[in-house]
Ligand binder design. Structure first.
Ligand code: GRF
Length: 207
């Protein structure tokens, strides 16, 4: 499977986030420079009060909110339709704390990326930073991957190691990891969109 290739026009991404949006902010800042060659077409969240929504509005980027209701399948299809309406080349989860369902995954197969604050396949799931710290690793980090049907199991695109310091708690370690995540996202997503990428089985090639 091959991703977006260069055709002149800037490539479009939709960002999904549930939290403060500090990682998403790095992409908003990068895209403010036309030389980056990427348009943030929209920012979506499951939470109307997410800081990510405020950050997108401040940057003049369209926003939408898709709260999860009782019908999970309908939410999944509705989210896919909403994202699709912005015609993205890539969809990037930057702290989106919901698992997309089968309809969304089918619609954006190979084009939906997630950033996780651990070195996968170690410490998947909601508490990757806490789990790594409790295990006692000396090297934590972050992983950008192509989302598949599992929990943080998709093909790995990029990883960055981050040292664990003796006096770290979950918060200090997570902040250090998020610094690395921001740089990883800006660099890797930009290259993927400007130059294309290839997913062959579990191997992802970015020029
Ligand atoms: C990031 O570490 C992301 O990988 C994780 O949640 C964090 C998002 O933080 N899933 P923020 O809301 O962007 O500050």
């Amino acid at each position: 499977m091959t991703g977006p290739e260069q055709h002149g026009a800037p490539k479009r991404i939709v960002l999904l986030a549930s939290g403060s949006g500090s990682t998403l902010q790095a992409l908003l800042d990068a895209a403010a420079d036309p030389a980056y060659g990427v348009v943030i077409a929209a920012v979506g969240s499951d939470r109307p009060t997410a800081g990510a929504i405020d950050r997108a509005r401040a940057a003049g980027v369209p926003t939408f909110v898709a709260p999860v209701g009782s019908d999970r399948d309908a939410w999944d299809v509705g989210l896919a339709d909403r994202v699709d309406s912005y015609a993205p080349d890539l969809v990037v989860s930057a702290g989106f704390m919901r698992l997309a369902g089968p309809a969304f995954l089918a619609r954006f197969a190979g084009r939906f990326l997630n950033s996780h604050p651990a070195l996968l396949p170690s410490f998947p799931g909601m508490h990757g930073v806490r789990d790594a710290l409790e295990y006692g690793v000396r090297l934590a980090g972050c992983t950008l991957f192509v989302v598949d049907g599992g929990v943080d199991t998709g093909p790995v695109i990029a990883q960055v190691g981050v040292p664990v310091l003796d006096d770290d708690d979950e918060s200090t370690l997570h902040e250090r990891i998020k610094d690395a995540e921001r740089a990883m996202l800006v660099d890797t997503v930009g290259r993927m969109l400007r130059e294309g990428y290839r997913v062959t089985g579990r191997k992802v090639t970015v020029p």
